[in-house]
Design a protein around this ligand. Structure first.
Ligand SMILES: Cc1cc2nc3c(=O)[nH]c(=O)nc-3n(C[C@H](O)[C@H](O)[C@H](O)COP(=O)(O)OP(=O)(O)OC[C@H]3O[C@@H](n4cnc5c(N)ncnc54)[C@H](O)[C@@H]3O)c2cc1C
Length: 410
């Protein structure tokens, strides 16, 4: 089989790139090679099935990695504009997170598939690309089971390592490395952060509204307000997800400091504790923070700060104990030991870095090969930033790839 443009990977960026390539050069034949039995599986899981497809407030500070995502996003049509071409109406919530009006990721995928059909893009599912090699007319692509396709141009949109059960286990990054293309350090991002199990003993299932500060070497690197959820060996929740990429840089020097009472000052908490001590002097230490925190968190804080039997009476508590508790509530610190598994990560930090691509998202080593989406070294925060990158980079790669082919065939 010979074709004009092969898009490797039928995810968010690959679908967009294929549509844009066809729109730019309608005479070109565009084929999506997808290893799974259908395209767009990951899109269905995004935003808990609602597809948080972009954000109204897109800024450089929301992206991390060597590739300057905002540069491509700023140069592309907005999500509303692009999606309106596919008949998808976008609405934003009060935090700026954009969703389809349908509230359904399946409706986004269905509309995108209709768009592919309208453009005449061919979907070739069950085709896992195992190798690419330059040939006389462009490239030869070989599938993992030995089928061969040749094409003039390639767009690699095969994603990263996050959620391997959705087709993304880094295969294409390994293929490219085998061809001499370098990749930046790869780490799970938008993911829970692991901590020592002993340090969160008793907190499994607890959710706490707090301010989280990520710090390393005594310096605060990032601060977020939100809900933290505890498991038996990790901290999760959107604000923690947004800090996972920092593990790539700081490793086990990374700490998470939680202010568990962000709306109260130290003196407010102290005054509260003195009132409670007067009221509940006969009660056990177990009950000291009842009313301020959920049961498990209340017991955890008293137990791990005072290190006394929880059956002792509240009346035995000293001024020093109170100061220690206040400090702990305002700064409950956890040392990070790692990120979660790829299965629990929503995105990949690392991948093919800025040095390997041109401004047009073309490979510097392999002319006629374009890259887009999560395979490139940029990752966004939680809140629609990663899908926005997938759409914008897909548009850029699709357009530039088609333009270069059009120029060649003139
Ligand atoms: C559970 C979950 C929820 C998420 N929610 C959101 C959200 O609400 N908002 C947001 O902005 N981001 C979200 N993300 C992140 C977002 O989905 C991804 O960043 C985005 O889908 C990446 O798009 P992509 O096209 O680069 O890669 P992918 O969507 O991962 O697509 C890559 C495709 O390539 C295929 N492929 C891989 N290797 C090969 C090969 N060798 N041959 C052929 N095909 C191959 C894969 O099967 C896959 O279909 C979420 C991620 C997850 C896992």
């Amino acid at each position: 089989m010979h074709t004009d443009i092969i898009v490797i990977g039928g995810g968010a960026s690959g679908i967009t790139a294929a549509c844009e390539a066809k729109k730019t050069f309608p005479q070109a034949e565009v084929v999506i090679c997808e290893r799974l039995d259908r395209i767009g599986k990951k899109i269905l899981s995004t935003g808990n099935g609602k597809c948080n497809l972009s954000n109204k407030f897109l800024e450089s500070k929301n992206y991390h990695g060597s590739v300057n995502a905002m540069r491509y996003i700023a140069a592309s049509p907005s999500a509303e504009e692009w999606f309106s071409e596919a008949g998808i109406i976008c609405i934003a919530d009060e935090q700026g997170r954009m969703y389809p009006y349908s509230g359904s990721a399946a409706s986004v995928l269905n509309a995108l598939r209709l768009r592919l059909k309208e453009h005449g893009v061919v979907e070739m599912c069950g085709f896992e690309v195992g190798d690419i090699a330059p040939d006389r007319n462009g490239y030869t692509i070989t599938s993992a089971d030995g089928r061969v396709v040749s094409c003039r141009r390639i767009i690699i949109a095969a994603g990263g390592y996050a959620t391997p059960n959705m087709g993304t286990d880094g295969t294409m990054i390994r293929v490219l490395r085998g061809k001499g293309i370098t990749s930046e350090k790869i780490v799970p991002a938008v993911a829970p952060l692991r901590v020592d199990a002993e340090s969160v003993k008793g907190l499994k299932g607890v959710r706490a509204k707090c301010i989280v500060k990520a710090s390393a070497d005594g310096k605060v690197i990032r601060e977020e307000k939100g809900e933290v959820q505890f498991t038996e060996n990790s901290l999760s929740g959107i604000c923690v997800f947004n800090m996972a990429y920092l593990f790539g840089e700081y490793g086990e020097r990374l700490k998470l400091d939680l202010d568990l009472a962000p709306d109260m000052s130290e003196s407010d908490i102290e005054a509260y504790l003195y009132t409670i001590i007067a009221q509940r002097s006969d009660c056990e230490l177990n009950e000291l923070l009842t009313g301020m925190f959920s049961k498990n968190l209340a017991v955890y804080l008293v137990k791990t700060t005072l290190r006394r039997a929880m059956t002792e009476p509240i009346s035995g508590i000293s001024g020093r104990d109170i100061s220690a508790l206040v400090k702990r509530i305002k700064n409950c610190s956890f040392s990070v030991t790692g990120t979660s598994s790829w299965q629990n990560a929503q995105a990949t930090l690392g991948g093919i870095g800025a040095d390997e691509i041109t401004d047009e998202l073309e490979s510097r080593r392999f002319k006629g090969v374009y890259l887009c989406g999560e395979i490139l070294d940029t990752v966004g925060d939680c809140g629609g930033y990663n899908l926005q990158w997938a759409w914008s980079s897909g548009l850029t790669a699709g357009r530039n790839c088609a333009l270069s082919l059009k120029g060649e065939l003139k």
